[in-house]
Design a protein around this ligand. Structure first.
Ligand code: FMN
Length: 200
């Protein structure tokens, strides 16, 4: 297969765009289906399919935010209106958010960690797919992704937990690059004694 320069360039420059900068238009229904298809085409040792996706779009974004605000208010009756409004806007203005759930199950070949990693790959592949269709995306996991009631409210069933939420939309800004780790700090060559940083 020849080198794909466009793909290399994308992978070298890709940046997440925060949910506040993801605006309309979002993917069409056909594009969203393609994004979901690409998103679920990930390595999955033992073909366990330990993950499941929840799409939050249209009016459901506001309803989900309202429900989170109600949950927060029930727990803290003294909470201020600004904080409640922040909860109501958890899935706004991004046109669509895809929650990714994982429920690892015992498998002779695929330990729990591998199943969780597979779910993480779904998140990142959804993001790549969104960019491929000309949109931008970011992967977050906020309090409701860890909170049992928050998770249930957003669609988690028994044994499932969220590994992330991928927000997708048209970017209203171009983010600057952020600092990346030096390869020398994170890569070693095992057993190569000619290198001062060799391991093994
Ligand atoms: C599992 C996971 C959860 C994240 N949760 C959040 C979050 O809740 N809020 C946030 O601002 N960023 C969160 N981030 C980081 C964003 O994705 C961030 O925008 C990203 O690291 C930027 O790097 P990039 O431009 O190379 O994608 C999370 C990242 C990961 C991998």
């Amino acid at each position: 297969m020849p080198a794909n320069q466009a793909l290399i360039q994308y992978l070298k420059t890709r940046r997440s765009v925060g949910i506040g900068f993801l605006k309309d238009p979002g993917p069409t229904p056909e594009e969203l289906r393609e994004i979901l298809t690409i998103g679920t085409r990930v390595p999955d040792h033992g073909k366990v399919v330990p993950w499941r996706l929840v799409v939050i779009e249209g009016d459901a974004r506001r309803t989900a935010g309202e429900r989170l605000a109600e949950l927060v208010r029930r727990r803290n009756l003294a909470i201020d209106e600004a904080s409640l409004e922040n909860e109501r806007k958890q899935f706004l203005p991004a046109p669509v958010t895809i929650g990714v759930l994982v429920a690892p199950r015992p498998h002779p070949k695929s330990p729990e960690l591998e199943q969780i990693l597979s779910a993480g790959n779904v998140c990142f592949n959804l993001s790549h797919a969104a960019f491929a269709f000309g949109y931008a995306a970011s992967w977050t996991n906020r309090w409701y992704g860890f909170d049992p009631e928050g998770q249930q409210l957003l669609g988690a069933r028994g044994g499932e937990r969220f590994v992330g939420f991928v927000h997708i939309g048209t970017p209203s800004m171009v983010p600057e690059d952020r600092e990346r780790p030096n390869l020398e700090d994170v890569v070693t060559w095992w057993g190569d004694t000619s290198r001062p940083d060799a391991t093994g």
